[in-house]
Design a protein around this ligand. Sequence first.
Ligand code: SF4
Length: 149
Amino acid sequence: MLSQKTRYAIRAMQHLADCYGQQTVPLSEIAAKQNIPPKFLTVILSELTRFGIVESQRGKAGGYRLSIPPVDITYGDLIRVMRGSLALVPCASRHAHECCKNCVEEHECRTRALMLQVRDRTAELLDGVRLSDPIALEPSFAPAEEAGT
Ligand code: SF4
């Protein structure tokens, strides 16, 4: 599952992508519109700035903007930059590999083999969607409890 930090980073980047080509966006606006705690957002935006995909401007009209057009940033890039794991189980993660306590031999584990495929297909999908792409909202989406999952 994506960490809270990665999910906040995605929302902040979506907001900046929506404002791309306009003036810089104040941190307070991103925090309020995306419901992100401002202190946490400051840390996230400074990381994204360090990675060179966001730039900041100081002063009265200060704020943040994307330094790369949203069409050139995929969701896969963004999640990798935030070191988010795409794997459903830690042993299938490329960046945050961990074994479980009662692990069987990894190379004999069918669960892991399947989860590696899930991770690769997830990465493939996320690498094909750009920050500039419209994403259809699923109106019939039901919360897990209602859907019985
Ligand atoms: S038991 Fe299988 S799925 Fe669980 S951590 Fe070990 S290799 Fe991964």
